[in-house]
Design a protein around this ligand. Structure first.
Ligand SMILES: Nc1ncnc2c1ncn2[C@@H]1O[C@H](COP(=O)(O)OP(=O)(O)OP(=O)(O)O)[C@@H](O)[C@H]1O
Length: 263
């Protein structure tokens, strides 16, 4: 069980806590339950991967935990502060400074330089960018020589490193990464995963990442496995072979379950 255990008991100092978070999509009149009373707690300075078969609720979990979407019920806490799902302005304010994002498609602004992209969230907040932090982060992602370039002049891997620097520079409580290596070749993917490792070890960052890739997941301290909207298993000290095996096992279990419900 993850740190909160089956009952979602709070653990002092958690960076992320989900208490009985459920999500039902009901726009079309046919309700789809994507998350079923999920409890989860993450300690600071940890790297967690979320895996599961297609449609198991990984993206929904990431979106509800990061305030990109609103749970149907349950509570989300970031560093002890409850996320209030009032209006978009309130949520944006809550996320700023607390939450960093890294997406599969990088989401950089093409008209801005690398430096401007990295510092944009702080500038939107009206905060001065800490020069020392900026330098340390840019050096760590090895982009010092590219600060005045535009995203179109960079490779995919370099663009993702800009996105990671952007997420790191404001020193958020937690970084949510959605398939961050999905658009990269193996070599670039490894570089990006090493950066997450270093962000956790050197900067004490907390990272939670959705991935389909057992190799990417094996960089995490802990892998959580989702099936039908529930965390059904977890694996500490994962390696690519054990993660792939577990995914195969869960895939077979889901296929059997669906075959039974159809017969
Ligand atoms: N906006 C929506 N409206 C209705 N149903 C949705 C919506 N978004 C997701 N779902 C459903 O919720 C369930 C979980 O979806 P989710 O995208 O979270 O899964 P996932 O594990 O991230 O899938 P994948 O690995 O294929 O990206 C699925 O059954 C999906 O069809």
């Amino acid at each position: 069980m993850n740190r909160a255990g089956a009952h979602g008991r709070p653990v002092a100092g958690d960076v992320l806590r989900l208490a009985s978070v459920s999500k039902v999509y009901d726009k079309t009149g046919i309700p789809v339950t994507a998350l079923k009373s999920v409890n989860l707690s993450l300690a600071p300075g940890t790297f967690t991967a979320i895996m599961g078969p297609s449609g198991s609720g990984k993206s929904t979990l990431l979106h509800c935990a990061s305030g990109l979407d609103q749970p149907s019920s349950g509570e989300v806490y970031i560093a002890g502060q409850q996320m209030t799902f009032g209006n978009e302005t309130e949520l944006t304010r809550f996320r700023r400074g607390r939450i960093g994002f890294v997406f599969q498609q990088f989401n950089l602004l093409p008209s801005l330089t690398v430096r401007q992209n990295i510092t944009l969230p702080s500038r939107l907040e009206g905060k001065r960018v800490d020069r020392q932090r900026l330098e340390a982060v840019v050096e760590r992602v090895d982009l010092l020589h590219r600060l005045d370039h535009h995203p179109a002049q960079l490779s995919g891997g370099e663009q993702q490193r800009v996105a990671i620097a952007r997420a790191l520079v404001s020193n958020p409580k937690i970084i949510f990464a959605d398939e961050p290596t999905g658009a990269l070749d193996t070599h670039r993917a490894a570089e990006v995963l090493d950066l997450f490792d270093q962000a956790v070890r050197e900067f004490g960052q907390t990272v939670i990442m959705v991935t389909h890739d057992p190799i990417a997941a094996s960089h995490a301290d802990l892998v959580l496995f989702l099936v039908d909207g529930q965390i059904v298993d977890e694996m500490a000290r994962p390696n690519p072979a054990t993660v792939a095996e577990e995914m195969a096992r869960l895939g077979e279990e889901v296929a059997r379950r669906h075959a039974r419900s159809e017969s």
